[in-house]
Design a binder for this molecule. Sequence first.
Ligand SMILES: Cc1cc2nc3c(=O)[nH]c(=O)nc-3n(C[C@H](O)[C@H](O)[C@H](O)COP(=O)(O)OP(=O)(O)OC[C@H]3O[C@@H](n4cnc5c(N)ncnc54)[C@H](O)[C@@H]3O)c2cc1C
Length: 402
Amino acid sequence: MRSVHLTPLHDAFREEVSAFFDQHLRPFAEVWEMERCIPRSAWRKFGEHGLLGLAHGPAHGGSARDIFHSVVFLEELGRTGYAGVRAGISLHAYMATHYLARHASDELRRAYLAPSIRGDRIAALAITERDAGSDLSRLATTAMRDGGDYIVDGGKVFITNGANADYYVVAVRTATPVPQARRANTGISLLIVDSRLPGVQITRQEKLGWHAAATAELHFDKVRVPADRLIGRENSGFMYLMRGFQLERLVAAALAVGGAEHCLDTTLAHVTSRQAFDGKLSNLQAIRHRLADMTTELAGARAFTYHAAWCYAQDELSVTECSMAKLLTTELACRIADNCLQLQGARGYLADSDIARMHRDARAGTMAGGATEVMRDIIAQQLIDLGPSRASPRQAESSAKT
Ligand SMILES: Cc1cc2nc3c(=O)[nH]c(=O)nc-3n(C[C@H](O)[C@H](O)[C@H](O)COP(=O)(O)OP(=O)(O)OC[C@H]3O[C@@H](n4cnc5c(N)ncnc54)[C@H](O)[C@@H]3O)c2cc1C
């Protein structure tokens, strides 16, 4: 799609990324799905090609490209049709490492960010808990100071890359949990926890889709973590997360756009080749109109995602636009996957078909990275409670949602 936001440089980059995926992702993704993880060799390939550091600065090996290089990369990643792969890569490159790049000390950046950009170390972001999903104020994993260490106790669930990460960026409570404070968003910090530390227990979680995402439940039993693994300031984690969530939503939107486009591409190929009645399925008006509707809606969602990306580049606290983009695109991706499965008929319903996988995968998009209802809450709060003047991030997202 043409866009005022995309230059010939972005177009050339799209070609480059697509060629990389043709060579290093598409031929292997089915095996990664079966093995439930992206192998280390693939992470390194992404790193060698500079694809894990597009958003990061050159001091640690990134290329600090503009936001639309990332949008193009994420769309193309979505267009591969493997949401488990796209989740693993994007969680690492745009979410877990984002907090290191923005808030960590130089020492931590050298030790964790630089090898992550090279693809030598795999990162995960661990926020969600069994009893703390959309409502971050219920977060109960603690990190209490003991001399030069923190002692981490608690657990996390649904952690993408959890089973094969080298380290986790973990949201913990560092303030003493008194009853009132437990319900508030204060006292949250971000801590790097190495996955091989004594007391870290990792249990794989088997899901409906996103198979290559290496999802795991983590249990921390008196894990001793050096205090210098704290990211930024103690008890400032909530503010860091609120900023990070906007990027997470934008990333989810660009991936969803790419994923939906892939559904449409494969469906178009199917209906234009499938013989039925006196011609092809694509001659039937009901099918033509359905495709036209989906393509139009997707073009609108893509244009809005570009707008949200532009807003984010101006102001990282573009809460409304990023929430709208996530809501719009992930819901649309579900509808498109569902319609496309219908258009591909029974063969699309076979468990190992491309569209069946995309249908399963699309479903997670409206939950992961903030449920659709939470996005509506945030948008409505801005619209109804706070009025047209820009809300502060704390107002717009008073109970942060992951
Ligand atoms: C595939 C996948 C990968 C994930 N990866 C990660 C990860 O890497 N790291 C991480 O920390 N977390 C991860 N998550 C967790 C994700 O962020 C949570 O699923 C999300 O925050 C919602 O929390 P929950 O699932 O506990 O749902 P709950 O908070 O229990 O909510 C259940 C449902 O209730 C509804 N709901 C919730 N709040 C409201 C509201 N205010 N108004 C109306 N309805 C509401 C929504 O429909 C929601 O889906 C992942 C989840 C999935 C599915």
